[in-house]
Design a protein around this ligand. Sequence first.
Ligand code: AG3
Length: 282
Amino acid sequence: MSEWFNETLHHGYHQGFEVAEILFENKTEHQHLVIFESTSFGRVMALDGIIQTTERDEFIYHEMLAHVPLFAHGQAKDVLIIGGGDGGLLREVLKHQGVERAVQVEIDQAVIDMCVQYLPRHSAGAYDNPRAEIVIGDGIEYVASTERKFDVILSDSTDPIGPGEVLFTSPFYEGIKRCLKPGGVFAAQNGVAFMQPDEVSTTQKRLSPFFADTRFFAAAVPTYIGGIMTFAWASDNNTLWQTPQATLAARYQDSGIKTRYYNPALHAGCFALPQYLIDSLD
Ligand code: AG3
């Protein structure tokens, strides 16, 4: 009998991975962390029973969360990442040579350490990059108190359950507004819309008091099951989201960045949402 890891996120609907080998399993200071070798998606990391990332499809999520805001902005120098302990997002952000500093605030040192050890292809050396600065701490406290200002802020959180819950609240968004430079952009993991519809409408309600433009973009990430994942987008520059495809294409080409999911045409289209989602937004 083979052993299976069954995710516990949605009611009455789940995905399972056949486990080849458990590589690490422990209760950290903040959450239950497991990293295993699967027979289908490479190495897989889960926190509190919820799949966070797999080697096989992480590129979709990390490329979209990094490159949509960064290519739209076009001249980001200072980037802040909240969460993202596996290092995949930091890896993609640092591919932008114009980024002079990427500060990452992660609450759980153990997630970083164990991912460097057991998911090394995620960070791919990003934690040793001199442009990266790692802060172990609570993201909500950081954005409420730092004197730094950022061009792009990315929230790579868990779902709004456990330690990640505060990263979906008004006080967090107020902090984001506080440390975003004029014309900057905030983007955040915002759940799988079909399965977690309230996350989209709640985020819209909570973000819009602080920003002139609040919207969502989407990508289909197979192991975030149930359809498209949405990413929240907030900026006081309400033209940034519709940066012309030709501009994106020029920036993409100049950057020399190689991607496997992201491309300028997909970027230009990713803000188009299914009607059921638009209707839920009012
Ligand atoms: N961050 C997003 C996990 C979301 C999973 N949730 C879900 N399927 N609704 C994971 C960390 C990747 N760096």
